[in-house]
Design a protein around this ligand. Structure first.
Ligand SMILES: C[S@@+](CC[C@H](N)C(=O)[O-])C[C@H]1O[C@@H](n2cnc3c(N)ncnc32)[C@H](O)[C@@H]1O
Length: 267
């Protein structure tokens, strides 16, 4: 049996009781932290709470050669992921591989950044469109710095349908955790190049360390938020579509957006 367990958002105590019980009953425990990480915890702290050794897997071990899966043919294997195991990951591939090997699978959900952002950003969950990820820029073979324009296009498309955009920020083993400041700067550079007005006077909501005791959540004009300090990672960004009055009021009253965004909105 292979049990996928979502660990939740910030530290080792975010796991559900069902998840914890499943780990305690597992013969072997594996984890990956390249799709998301519990920034408030270390592997040692997790192992101490679970009373189990946790075998760390890298992207190649999960997506290219998951040889460890074979252990689940005759053992109870737990596979741990930050957040919810199936949100913004490709782990359904592991379920399919397990099925091909005749291994039964089970999911135990964890709190996810996908739902946390609705509460923290005060934006209504049914108004979110397609999500996007901002990758770190890379240098091409001709020495040119390449900035992905895909997130800009996704925001544009969502805005055309009056939908908010959730923007995940890259985690890269060499370049590190992308910050809200870097992400906004990249979006504004694409705006400068394309000049299509998608990010011109755009409001943004930046969220840092969701699930911790002191998450930082700020709303304001993208060009202002770009200069703000959000502290330690992980960070995530939302670019709202036009705001419903209640959303706008919450952004002003709770998240520090300038009151002028309320002008012209019907209550
Ligand atoms: C690829 S998604 C994986 C989501 C995860 N499976 C979940 O359900 O929460 C990871 C990205 O979400 C954002 N993220 C995840 N947890 C976060 C947190 N606690 N606070 C802020 N951003 C977070 C970061 O931008 C991070 O790079």
């Amino acid at each position: 049996m292979l049990t996928f367990i979502g660990l939740g958002l910030f530290d080792e105590k975010d796991i559900s009781l069902k998840g914890l019980e499943a780990i305690k009953n597992a013969d072997m425990v594996f984890a990956e932290f390249y799709t998301s990480r519990l920034m408030g915890s270390s592997l040692e702290e997790m192992e101490s709470l679970y009373g189990k050794k946790v075998n760390l897997l890298y992207r190649e071990d999960v997506e290219i050669s998951p040889d460890w899966l074979a252990e689940a043919k005759d053992k109870n294997v737990a596979f741990l992921t930050g957040g919810d195991t199936m949100v913004s990951t490709t782990h359904v591939d592991l379920r399919l591989r397990a099925k091909n090997l005749g291994i039964e699978t089970k999911l135990i959900h964890g709190s996810s950044i996908a739902s946390a952002i609705c509460g923290l950003s005060c934006l209504q969950n049914y108004r979110f469109g397609k999500a996007s990820t901002i990758p770190h820029p890379y240098t091409s073979s001709r020495g040119i710095t390449v900035i992905s324009e895909t997130p800009y296009d996704t925001i544009k498309l969502n805005k055309e349908h009056n939908m908010h955009t959730l923007v995940f920020l890259d985690i890269d083993k060499d370049k590190g955790y992308m910050t809200i400041n870097q992400a906004l700067s990249l979006l504004l550079q694409v705006e400068e190049k394309r000049g299509e007005g998608v990010m011109e006077n755009a409001i943004a909501v930046g969220i840092a360390r969701a699930g911790s005791e002191a998450p930082v959540v700020k709303a304001g004009y993208a060009h202002d938020l770009k200069e703000d300090d959000f502290g330690e990672p992980l960070h995530i960004l939302v670019i709202p579509a036009s705001l419903h009055f209640i959303e706008a009021e919450a952004l002003v009253e709770l998240l520090g957006a300038p009151a002028e965004i309320l002008e012209g909105l019907d209550d």
